[in-house]
Design a protein around this ligand. Structure first.
Ligand code: UDP
Ligand code: MG
Length: 326
């Protein structure tokens, strides 16, 4: 009987110091699961260290290793998208390449899938060795996202998850550019469940998610699943207009009945700066949405590939299909 194939998807951006350990750990796990077959899809997201060179070396010895190499850095979520696009397995498991997502969880995820779940996400119990700032902003963000989106994105999960063929095929149909994969997967639905794990420290190197990229991801998460910020802006506008009406009555009262009229520098400056600030924030919120509409309307391809290694013809076709989805 032919063995079931599962795909592992690794986005990689300058991870030369992690690849050896990652390769060793992952292969030792998948070699122990000899009832299945695996392919490891590495998406090189414009690395400028030895990452690609090392991957090619592995790929020349081990044809389970497949490489998709981008022409430049397109970002983590785009790299995952390309990996999923090219996956041929019954399931795809998405893992970070810094060993923060332990490959030892793979068997457990596949077990859950066999129980009939379409998505098995990994839920972080604890996160070791990350800065207080990252922990607190991540916690706050996930809870806020839960409040503003109607979609029940599981708390404290990243992109580390197994998705099965149904979900993969749906994801491959979604053309949008500003992708927030964990949100999209939740949005797609089907039967989802979680397994818990303790998140280790990054094995080597520094995070590839500086504050700017984190903000972009957070804003993508909110703006692609909720228009609440826009609504809040208009609710706030109404509230302020009502408040101004009351204030105007007060001003008329002062004008006609009170003495010492020319005072009021403080309140004038406060009102101008307060309203100026609020207006700019509201414009900014609208701007975030317009920028995304603009991005979508350009209809550029999601990613550009410089080279591929060990991909089958079917996988190349899969990738071509993405272009026709624009
Ligand atoms: N990554 C990527 N492109 C980027 C940034 C990150 O492919 O522009 C990869 C990175 O190599 C890693 C994964 O995405 O495999 C998660 O990144 P990182 O560990 O830096 O994020 P953190 O765990 O700090 O949130
Ligand atoms: Mg990491």
């Amino acid at each position: 009987m032919e063995k079931q194939l599962h795909s592992l998807v690794f986005p990689v951006y300058n991870e030369e110091g992690n690849l050896n350990e990652l390769y060793e750990k992952t292969t030792s796990i998948i070699d122990s699961l000899d009832e299945y077959e695996f392919e490891m899809i590495f998406v090189n997201d414009g690395s400028f260290d030895r990452t690609l060179e090392m991957l090619k070396e592995y790929a020349s010895k081990d044809n389970r290793i497949k490489i998709i190499s981008f022409s430049r850095n397109f970002g983590h979520q785009t790299a995952i998208t390309a990996g999923i696009d090219a996956s041929q397995g019954l399931t795809a498991i998405i893992l970070d390449s810094d060993l923060q997502d332990p490959p030892s969880l793979i068997p457990k995820m596949i077990e859950k899938w066999k129980e009939g779940y379409n998505v098995v996400y990994a839920k972080r119990l604890r996160r070791k060795g990350e800065s207080f700032f990252k922990l607190i902003t991540a916690k706050l963000f996930y809870r806020m996202l839960y409040l503003v989106t109607r979609i029940n994105i599981p708390l404290d999960t990243g992109d580390f998850r197994l998705i099965d063929r149904y979900v993969i095929d749906c994801l491959r149909q979604l053309p949008e550019r500003n992708r927030y994969i964990r949100g999209l997967v939740t949005w797609i639905g089907f039967r989802q469940t979680g397994v818990e794990y303790e998140r280790d420290q990054r094995h080597w190197g520094k995070t590839k998610y500086p504050f700017g990229k984190m903000m972009k991801l957070a804003l993508d998460g909110i703006s692609s699943f909720s228009v609440l910020p826009l609504k809040l802006a208009s609710y706030f506008g109404f509230a302020m207009a009502f408040f101004s009406l009351v204030y105007i009555l007060y001003i008329f009262y002062v004008k006609f009945f009170a003495k010492g009229l020319v005072q009021g520098w403080t309140s004038t400056v406060i009102l101008i700066s307060l309203f100026g600030g609020i207006q700019l924030i509201c414009l900014g919120i609208i701007g975030e949405y317009i920028a995304r509409i603009f991005d979508e309307s350009k209809k550029r391809p999601l990613y550009i590939i410089k080279e591929v290694v060990n991909l089958s013809d079917k996988q190349k076709e899969f990738i071509e299909e993405r272009k026709s989805k624009i």
